[in-house]
Design a protein around this ligand. Sequence first.
Ligand SMILES: Cc1ncc(COP(=O)(O)O)c(C=O)c1O
Length: 474
Amino acid sequence: MDDVLRLAFEATLAFRHSLPERPVGVQASQASLHAALGAPLTDQGEPAATVIADLVRNADAGIVAEPGPRYFGFVIGGSSEAAMAADWLTTAWDQNAGLYACAPALSVVEDICAGWVVDLLGLPTQSSVGFVTGCQMAHFTCIAAARNELLRRVGWDVEQEGLHGSPHIHVVVGDEVHVTVPRALRFAGLGAGRMLRVPVDGQGRMIAAELTNTLAMLDGPVLVCAQVGNVNTGAIDPIDEIAKACAGHNTWLHVDGAFGLWAAAVPSMRHAVKGIERADSWATDAHKWLNVPYDSGLAIVKDARAHRAAMTASAAYLIQSTGDAVRDAVDWVPEFSRRGRGFPIYAQLRTLGRAGLAELIANSCALARRAADGLAAIPGAEVLNEIALNQILVRFTPSAGGDADAFTRRVVEGVQEEGTCWLSGSSWHGVAVMRMSISGQDTTEVDIDRSVAAIRAVAFAAMASPEFRQGERL
Ligand SMILES: Cc1ncc(COP(=O)(O)O)c(C=O)c1O
């Protein structure tokens, strides 16, 4: 065993040390990875050391430097050394986190982390927290709790009766809702097709006055889903105004704060999420901006009773707490057996401390502003969003006009191939954009400047290519 683990340990160190300089994206094709990794499955099995050595060697070409300092794709944080070390221990301890009886230390650690997170984010102290795989399942968990409570208020026990013949729950979202919300609505039987979409402003923020108008037209329970951190622009819905609009109606206000909710932990940014504590539930990730390894999300619910009622399960063979004496994770998450994902969160929060967490978030935002300034100085580049958090949208136009969509996509592809950094594209208000997210804790100003220089060089090279020079002649 020691040899195999040592092999993995050395490979881990080699990989981590390679992060600052290895190409960020991968060039290997799916076919070549298949050829390298696709050994025939033997009858007798193979020595573990051989398997692990092969895995390290053959997977390498297909490993993206996501925890590295210049990975800016999607919204993907790195993983700190403390969180990663705790994650290894989580694997070694191999606790089934579902019940206190199976994982007492984990249960206590998750209790402690729940208290820390609620406090750091300034949410109501009685809120309950479930440690789930990611924001997708956090949405599902919170929406299941919302469904329980909204229907309970109108005399319907959804846990027993389901939705067959139940009163209708209206669902109201901002027009820029993240795709994981309708997906969670589908899982919860509320139907993605029934969402009422409230118009948003130019940055993607829900317009609270429009929500007021929408709510005025509705009768019965309403689930309102707001957003803190638009996946493209980083824009933050006006939560205080949204909460005011909800007051007086039979509503449950859920907040998608996959990454942006962490702004609430930064004293100087707290004003941007004013009113956040007035919501009923919040979904966020630890594996994004908190820089904890995958997979790790948090479902936070103000009404612990509804949260527990929506999730709990019991059986004669289990050993469960009947009250609040100990935390059985099965009461707070959709999973039954699961990994002890509280350990890495505990390690990361303790290592950062209150000020360290605030600095991590504020630093990413400052780096995003620096990147935006650098990118805006590239001829033909235009930053399309206000830098509310850590997201940047850039559009590139060839010098003499021409197809800016095609040119922007070419620049994105060129940057991915060049390897200094990795980012991806999106579309915003119907046009192609390059999208950059600064979420890793190891990113520095030097990384930003190097990346901007690489993007500038790629844009100039693309501009000089026959395809886009032709536009110049036309
Ligand atoms: C606003 C928003 N909500 C939800 C998600 C989904 O998060 P996860 O992939 O952890 O489920 C994302 C992912 O980027 C996001 O940006």
